[in-house]
Design a protein around this ligand. Structure first.
Ligand SMILES: [Ca+2]
Length: 332
């Protein structure tokens, strides 16, 4: 099934709300324009598209004249909302959006995002076989952080499993196969692509998984996007390498202030928090008011409560002579 909606006026269009009917099957939304663009206009002058899930604004926003460059949007649930705004629309122009019921295969060509098991937050269905390919920009490596995990446990994960491979093919080197309820350690790719396959058998399901992923050219850091999630130092739970420098920009949905807690923090340091430290900023970048520096080992650090939906995190470690790692969790 697919449906198309059109807009042709210079105003905020009433949002379209589209719903699928099959639990566990999201929607794919894509955009096109008529007539095709002839000459480029200023970015964002012609149309602004924001497509969101029904329970918040964890969607994507796209500005530009050429709809063919708009990323395809996958909803994780059966509903998608499309909001369209035009500021300078010519009389003969049209923009359209098409949706169709999606299978569970996904391909993301972007630097960061989040992944949820099919049907989340409900249990996944039986007999699923889903492939997800993450493709970050060239020269980036990907960090995959598990925030919630529950897949039917079985010996050697023979019943249901999530597997992660370093590359974009089913034959790429295996990084891990996961089932059960133990939260897997983060996965760090060696290049800019990861291949994930989720498979369930014909009986017994569980609540599935919630994953935050990001990427950066330095091997650590990137944008973290989602209403909640977690992040760790590289190599976690092992010790981070010497000269580690990570900068994470955390973005929760608008209007939802972020709280960051510290379930594990052990930063080897002589005590002055100069060479090795963690800083949290109450805003989008390092110009925002900071909290910290945090160093040493402490199991009882008070949560950091931000005033908005944006937090910037800077972790710098020149050396680690003793076992050292950090894990942070955020909620909004
Ligand atoms: Ca099963």
């Amino acid at each position: 099934m697919s449906r198309t909606a059109q807009a042709c006026s210079e105003q905020w269009h009433r949002p379209w709300l589209w719903s699928g009917i099959e639990r566990g099957r999201g929607l794919i939304v894509s955009a096109e324009t008529w007539p095709p663009p002839i000459s480029p206009l200023r970015e964002c002058e012609t149309f602004v598209v924001s497509r969101t899930k029904s329970n918040g604004n964890l969607g994507i926003q796209f500005c530009g004249r050429n709809a063919s460059t708009a990323p395809t949007f996958y909803s994780s649930m059966t509903t998608a909302i499309v909001i369209f705004k035009s500021e300078a629309f010519s009389r003969n122009s049209r923009v359209g959006f098409t949706y169709q019921i999606a299978g569970c295969n996904r391909e993301y060509n972007k630097a960061f995002g989040n992944l949820k098991s099919p049907g989340w937050p409900d249990n996944y269905n039986d007999n699923m076989d889903c492939t997800v390919i993450l493709r970050a920009p060239q020269n980036h490596t990907i960090s995959l952080f598990f925030h919630s995990f529950g897949i039917e446990d079985s010996s050697e994960c023979r019943h249901d499993f999530l597997e992660v491979r370093n590359g974009s093919f089913s034959s790429s080197p295996l990084l891990g196969t996961y089932c059960g309820t133990l939260l897997p350690n983060p996965v760090f790719s060696q290049n800019n692509e990861l291949y994930l396959r989720f498979k369930s058998d014909s009986a017994t399901s569980s609540h599935g998984y919630e994953i935050i992923w990001t990427s950066s050219p330095s091997g650590c850091g990137g944008t973290l996007y989602g209403d909640r999630g977690s992040v760790t130092s590289p190599g976690y739970p092992g010790t981070y390498p010497n000269n580690t420098h990570c900068e994470w920009a955390l973005i929760a949905p608008a209007g939802r202030p972020v709280t960051v807690s510290f379930p594990f923090i052990s930063i080897d340091d002589p005590g002055d928090c100069v060479q090795n430290s963690l800083l949290l900023y109450d805003g989008p970048d390092a110009n925002s008011p900071s909290s910290g520096p945090y160093c040493g080992a402490d199991s009882n650090v008070a949560p950091f409560v931000a005033s908005s939906n944006r937090v910037f995190i800077k972790f710098h470690a020149e050396y680690a002579a003793r076992p050292s790692a950090i894990r942070l969790i955020w909620d909004s």
